[in-house]
Design a protein around this ligand. Structure first.
Ligand code: HEC
Ligand code: HEC
Ligand code: HEC
Ligand code: HEC
Ligand code: HEC
Ligand code: HEC
Length: 420
């Protein structure tokens, strides 16, 4: 009895010891402080993201769970500061990894402090523990095009439904007539009535009947009414406009497959009114090296060289330039004022909320309606992003008592905000 007890005490003590040990060597050091995590996120995005993802292999390994598979946290610190040195020291783990990744060299971050490296690990750990998010564009799009007014497809369904019901009524009436005829005692009827009842059912009589004429007139009127209404609603609206572009540039490849940040090319979106179409200089950051596409070969990329005057053979610029004439897709009339940085920077609205899943489009199309109703609708529904914005602190105070502050509450419905 006594022996059994002391055995289980020993066992528990051992288990506790092991748990603390494992905490000491791995988890204990890695912070869960949101400030540390966000500092790590900035470092990771700025310096590691070009080669690493948290849950996905890229140039280097996926970093999720790295703290549990490397020899020690200290190993990570020396590795990040000087990978070449760790490999040269003959470290078995480093050498195995190095060969596994075809001997590609990781950049050395010589000046990184322990805190900086730990913050990156904190970010990686927090990211790794998040459940997989749905792809962008599937959740946040509430203000998108579809759903404003009666959708076109509903109108069609309603019309077809009405026609089907009318035809069914016609058939049923016909059946009732034949059924009734059987039970009529024709002897009791006058000659005139008999004539009507026995009149033969030829196509001619049907086409000439008032019922049929009425039906045809109704259908023609309904269809033309719908066409006119559709036409009126779509004046100046170019939803789904998807012109062919002079170079077969694909957002699906660049923003989707290679995850290049939208703002890397559309630099204006954070700074000012226009998001801007990138100049060929930006394309050349990568395309001096990448001279051939998987799908289109050399032809399409050669058009960039032609535009900027670049000679691939001599790798020099000729000076002969010919601007690329991209076809503009989104276009508000001059009377309306829209500013990207206000929405992207200040409000923190995602590009996809307004432009749809661009990263899945080979050819960009206009996703949203871009009507006044569309702007207003979102301004009524959307909370103002006041976090970390001192300008809004005062406003929030004045606003206290009410629920969340919507764009409408800061004047987002005033005509003069959007019209000059
Ligand atoms: C130029 C590409 C590149 C950059 C930038 C880069 N890495 Fe790496 N990293 C690699 C490669 C490749 C490996 C695999 C080993 C090798 O081939 O050298 C690796 C391996 C690692 C490992 C070991 C992973 C494991 O599974 O054991 C860690 C940790 C790491 N990198 C952290 C970082 C951090 C932190 C940053 C940013 C501060 C960073 N890396 C930036 C390319 C890069
Ligand atoms: C590698 C550079 C690059 C990246 C990255 C990129 N774009 Fe573009 N974008 C372009 C070019 C070039 C055009 C003009 C040709 C076209 O329409 O495809 C364009 C056009 C557009 C247009 C249509 C503009 C118009 O004419 O109205 C929208 C909207 C757009 N991009 C949004 C995005 C979003 C959102 C992302 C991120 C998911 C993104 N872009 C990422 C280069 C880029
Ligand atoms: C609140 C909605 C909204 C958001 C968010 C938004 N856009 Fe736009 N975007 C528009 C509207 C509206 C236009 C048409 C502007 C015009 O014609 O003046 C436009 C036009 C564009 C154009 C065409 C060129 C230009 O500057 O007019 C590009 C490229 C573009 N957006 C890219 C982006 C990118 C990249 C992001 C994210 C960083 C983004 N947009 C975020 C609504 C939005
Ligand atoms: C950050 C790097 C980067 C930038 C900037 C960039 N590209 Fe690319 N581009 C790529 C990569 C990577 C590929 C894929 C090559 C492949 O298919 O193997 C590619 C492929 C292409 C292709 C061929 C697609 C195919 O599959 O055939 C075209 C055309 C192209 N880019 C045009 C452009 C244009 C135009 C710009 C400037 C507006 C641009 N790129 C900017 C990296 C870039
Ligand atoms: C997806 C939602 C959304 C859509 C769509 C949208 N906006 Fe906004 N808009 C916002 C938010 C959020 C703010 C608040 C920004 C801030 O905090 O200053 C804002 C602010 C503004 C402001 C400044 C208002 C003020 O009182 O300071 C103007 C002007 C504006 N939007 C114009 C437009 C126009 C024009 C359109 C349509 C072409 C549009 N917006 C479409 C979300 C949207
Ligand atoms: C949030 C931004 C916003 C606000 C606030 C706003 N408008 Fe507009 N308005 C627009 C946009 C964008 C268009 C262009 C729509 C289009 O091209 O279909 C427009 C178009 C118009 C038009 C032209 C009609 C047409 O179909 O071309 C008139 C008139 C107009 N607005 C009047 C007003 C008045 C009056 C107010 C104040 C009660 C107001 N707007 C408030 C964004 C706004």
């Amino acid at each position: 009895m006594k022996k059994g007890l002391s055995d289980s005490v020993k066992f528990i003590a051992l288990a506790l010891f092991l748990v603390t040990l494992s905490f000491n060597s791995f988890a204990q050091d890695i912070s869960k402080d949101p400030a540390v995590i966000s500092a790590g996120e900035a470092l990771f995005n700025g310096n590691c993201k070009s080669c690493h993802r948290v849950k996905q292999k890229l140039v280097g390994p996926a970093l999720a769970g790295v703290e549990t598979r490397v020899p020690s946290i200290d190993w990570i610190k020396s590795w990040v500061r000087n990978p070449a040195k760790v490999i040269a020291s003959g470290d078995a783990y480093a050498n195995k990894l190095y060969t596994e990744f075809n001997k590609s060299q990781m950049t050395a971050f010589t000046n990184y402090t322990d805190d900086q490296i730990m913050s990156i690990l904190a970010y990686v750990k927090a990211e790794a523990e998040k459940p997989d998010a749905p792809p962008p564009g599937t959740t946040s799009i509430t203000a998108g095009g579809e759903g404003s007014g009666i959708p076109n497809s509903y109108m069609n369904v309603i019309l077809v439904g009405m026609i089907v019901i009318l035809l069914l009524l016609l058939i049923i009436l016909g059946l009732i007539i034949t059924a009734l005829k059987k039970y009529l005692d024709q002897k009791d009827l006058s000659a005139e009535d008999n004539e009507i009842i026995n009149s033969p059912y030829t196509p001619g009589t049907i086409f000439r009947s008032t019922g049929f004429v009425f039906l045809i007139v109704f259908i023609v009127a309904a269809v033309s009414f719908k066409t006119v209404i559709d036409g009126l609603y779509s004046i100046g609206i170019q939803q789904n406009y998807q012109p062919k572009q002079p170079i077969a540039f694909s957002h699906k490849i660049h923003a989707g497959q290679y995850e290049i940040d939208c703002k890397y090319c559309h630099t204006g979106a954070i700074k000012g009114k226009q998001a801007n179409i990138p100049s060929p200089n930006i394309c050349m950051n990568c395309h001096t090296q990448i001279q051939k596409g998987t799908n289109t070969g050399e032809g399409e990329i050669a058009k960039i060289y032609a535009a900027i005057g670049y000679d691939v053979k001599t790798a020099s610029y000729t000076g002969k330039q010919k601007p690329i004439e991209w076809v503009r897709i989104h276009n508000l009339p001059d009377l309306a004022y829209f500013n990207h940085s206000q929405h992207v920077n200040v409000a923190g609205v995602e590009c996809q909320t307004c432009h749809g899943p661009v990263q899945e489009m080979d050819v960009v199309k206009q996703y949203s309606l871009l009507t006044m109703g569309w702007c207003i609708d979102c301004h009524r529904k959307t909370d103002v992003n006041t976090r970390g914005n001192a300008y809004y602190d005062k406003l929030l105070e004045l606003h206290n008592g009410k629920k969340a502050m919507k764009v409408e509450d800061i004047g987002g419905l005033e005509c003069s905000k959007c019209h000059y």
